[in-house]
Write a protein that binds this ligand. Structure first.
Ligand SMILES: [Zn+2]
Length: 380
C-alpha cells in the first residue's frame, strides 16, 4: 500500500476519482453528514459535491439517514455510507485467539467471532476459513470485497506472505495464497491481503479521527497484546520502512542479560512488558514495576522519534487510569523531549483488539478510500 507510489497527472477522470474517494473518506469519518458540511470539510465546491453525492447515491454507496437540525431554512438531509454496499472480512491473528469481523462498507462492524489460534498453520487456516464460510453463508452475503488478515509480526512488502511471526514460529508462510485457495474450494472468490497488526491499528486511529487533533504530523501507535507492536504515521504518511518491517520496537533489547525472546535475542521489550507481564504485575499489585518496564521502551521510542502523539492500545488500556499518571511522570523525567506538556499520550478509544480489525476493513475498501502514498491518508 505504501511504497512505490507514482506521481500521476491529475486528468479530469483521476480528479473525479480523487474527489469521490475524498467524499467517502469524509463521510466515513463524520457521518451522518450533510452535503454542506461535506463541501466545508473537503474544500470541494458545493455544486460539485451535489453532483458527486448524487452519483454515489445512485451507485448505492451512500444512504440517507434522516434530517439535520437547522435554525434557518430547510433542514438538510444527512448522509451515511451504506453498510450493505459490500463487506470486508477482517481477521486479527492473536497468539491464542483470532478474531473474525464482518465489516460493512466502510467500517461498520456487523459481527465479531473468535477462533482458537494454533501454531500448526495448515490446520489453523482450515478452521479459520471454515468459520469465515459459516459467517458468509449464515448471513447470505454475496458481496465480499476482500479479506484482510492482521498479523502479529512481519509481513512481506507484497502483503501476501507472513515473513516472521516469532510468537507462533511462522516463517515465510504464504498466508494470502493459502486462504484464497481454501476460500475458492468453498466457492468464495476474493482477494486476501496481509498487514501487520499495529500498522492496521494506526490506520484505524488516524482515518477515524481517534487522535485528539488533525493537525498532528507524527503519530506513534503502540499495541500491547501478547507481544508489542508499533505502527507509525510520520510526516502525515504511513511509515513501513524500506522492506516493510518498520515498527518492530517490541524486539528492541531492554536487558541484554534478560530472558531469551522468541526472536532469538535476549531481553526484548515484549519479554518484559507484554500483556502477560502486565497481568502478572497487576496480580502482585505492582503496576509500578510494569510501568517501569513498559515506560523504558516507550521513552526510547519517544527519544528516537520525538512524535506529536502516542496512542496506546490493547490490554494495557484496561488499567489505563492506574498506568497513565506513572507513565507520564516517567516520560517527563527520562525523555529529552522539550515542551513535554504538548506531547499527547492517549489511550485508544477503540475497544481492545477492534482497531486492527477496523484498520483491516479500511485497507480492504482502499479502492474507495484513496490511501496511495502520493495522497496522504487522513487530513480531511
Ligand atoms: Zn525479540
Amino acid at each position: 500500500m505504501v511504497g512505490e507510489g507514482k506521481q500521476i497527472a491529475a486528468t479530469p477522470k483521476i480528479l473525479k476519482k480523487i474527489n469521490l474517494s475524498t467524499i467517502v473518506k469524509v463521510v466515513m469519518k463524520w457521518e451522518p453528514i450533510s452535503r454542506t458540511r461535506i463541501a466545508e470539510k473537503t474544500g470541494i465546491s458545493k455544486p460539485t459535491v451535489t453532483k458527486l453525492v448524487r452519483e454515489l447515491f445512485t451507485e448505492g454507496y451512500l444512504i440517507q439517514v434522516g434530517k439535520g437540525k437547522s435554525k434557518v431554512g430547510k433542514r438538510q438531509e444527512l448522509l451515511a455510507l451504506n453498510p450493505k454496499k459490500g463487506y470486508v472480512i477482517s481477521v486479527d491473528i492473536g497468539l491464542r485467539t483470532s478474531k473474525i469481523a464482518l465489516v460493512g462498507f466502510a467500517t461498520s462492524v456487523a459481527l465479531v467471532e473468535a477462533v482458537e489460534t494454533i501454531p500448526d498453520y495448515s490446520l489453523f487456516l482450515e478452521r479459520l476459513v471454515g468459520k469465515i464460510v459459516d459467517v458468509v453463508e449464515e448471513r447470505r452475503i454475496d458481496n465480499i470485497h476482500a479479506v484482510v488478515i492482521s498479523v502479529p509480526g512481519v509481513v512481506h512488502r507484497n502483503m501476501r506472505v507472513a515473513v516472521n511471526v516469532p510468537l507462533l514460529h511462522w516463517t515465510n508462510v504464504p498466508l494470502a495464497d493459502l486462504v484464497e485457495l481454501l476460500l475458492l474450494e468453498h466457492g468464495i472468490m476474493t482477494t486476501v491481503t496481509l498487514e501487520n497488526d499495529a500498522q492496521l491499528g494506526v490506520i484505524a486511529e488516524v482515518m477515524l479521527n481517534q487522535v485528539p487533533s488533525l493537525e498532528k504530523r507524527d503519530i506513534v501507535y503502540v499495541l500491547v497484546k501478547e507481544g508489542i507492536g508499533v505502527g507509525m504515521f510520520l510526516n502525515r504518511k504511513l511509515y513501513s520502512g524500506r522492506s516493510h518491517t518498520a515498527g518492530e520496537f517490541g524486539h528492541m533489547v531492554i536487558d541484554i542479560n534478560g530472558e531469551e525472546c522468541s526472536c532469538g535475542r535476549r531481553g526484548c521489550w515484549i519479554t518484559l512488558a507484554g500483556s502477560e507481564q502486565l497481568n502478572e504485575c497487576a496480580k502482585r499489585g505492582d503496576i509500578k514495576e510494569y510501568v517501569r518496564l513498559f515506560g523504558t521502551g516507550l521513552v526510547n521510542i519517544i527519544n528516537g522519534l520525538d512524535p506529536d502523539v502516542i496512542v496506546i492500545s490493547g490490554t494495557i488500556t484496561e488499567q489505563w487510569d492506574n498506568i497513565f499518571p506513572l507513565l507520564k511522570r516517567m516520560v517527563m523525567m527520562e525523555s529529552f523531549v522539550q515542551d513535554i506538556e504538548t506531547l499527547q499520550i492517549v489511550s485508544s478509544r477503540f475497544e481492545n483488539r477492534i482497531a486492527p480489525l477496523v484498520g483491516g476493513a479500511i485497507l480492504g475498501f482502499r479502492d474507495y478510500i484513496e490511501m496511495r502514498e502520493t495522497e496522504s491518508i487522513v487530513v480531511v
